[in-house]
Structures are given as structure tokens and as C-alpha cells.
Design a protein around this ligand. Structure first.
Ligand code: SF4
Length: 67
């Protein structure tokens, strides 16, 4: 599973981390908004439903699934 992150859009809301903490975490950024990073680069397929929810519910449309 490939996840694309457009960091320019991320404002650190943390919805993604709430939906799929195995995949996303929000890290502090002293120079601006906190931002998301991947916990694992290629998450297991079993996590797909959680990742899909994170993609859908991110208020800034920061995340997308490539496959
Ligand atoms: S990816 Fe979306 S939900 Fe996650 S921290 Fe960034 S803006 Fe918030």
C-alpha cells in the first residue's frame, strides 16, 4: 500500500493518527503547523480500512492512496 502525503496541506489536526495510529503520527514542528509522518512506509494490507478512513476524514485532503 502506497500512501502519498502532501505536507504543504497538513496542519497537524491528527485525525489520521486517531484513525490509524499504526500508520500515522503527528510530530511537532517548531517552524509551523505540526505535521504528519508515516510510522511505516508500506503498511500491511490488513490496515487498509483504517488508512482509507484516515484519507477520507483528513480535513485538509493531505493524504491519498496510490495503490
Ligand atoms: S494528514 Fe490530515 S488529519 Fe493528519 S495531521 Fe495532517 S491535516 Fe491532520
Amino acid at each position: 500500500m502506497r500512501i502519498r502525503i502532501d505536507l504543504a496541506l497538513c496542519q497537524g489536526h491528527g485525525v489520521c493518527q486517531d484513525e490509524a495510529p499504526e500508520v500515522f503520527r503527528v510530530v511537532e514542528n517548531a517552524e509551523g503547523y505540526d505535521h504528519v509522518e508515516l510510522v511505516v512506509a508500506d503498511p500491511d494490507e490488513s490496515l487498509r480500512p483504517k488508512v482509507e478512513r484516515a484519507v477520507r476524514f483528513c480535513p485538509n485532503r493531505t493524504l491519498s492512496l496510490e495503490g
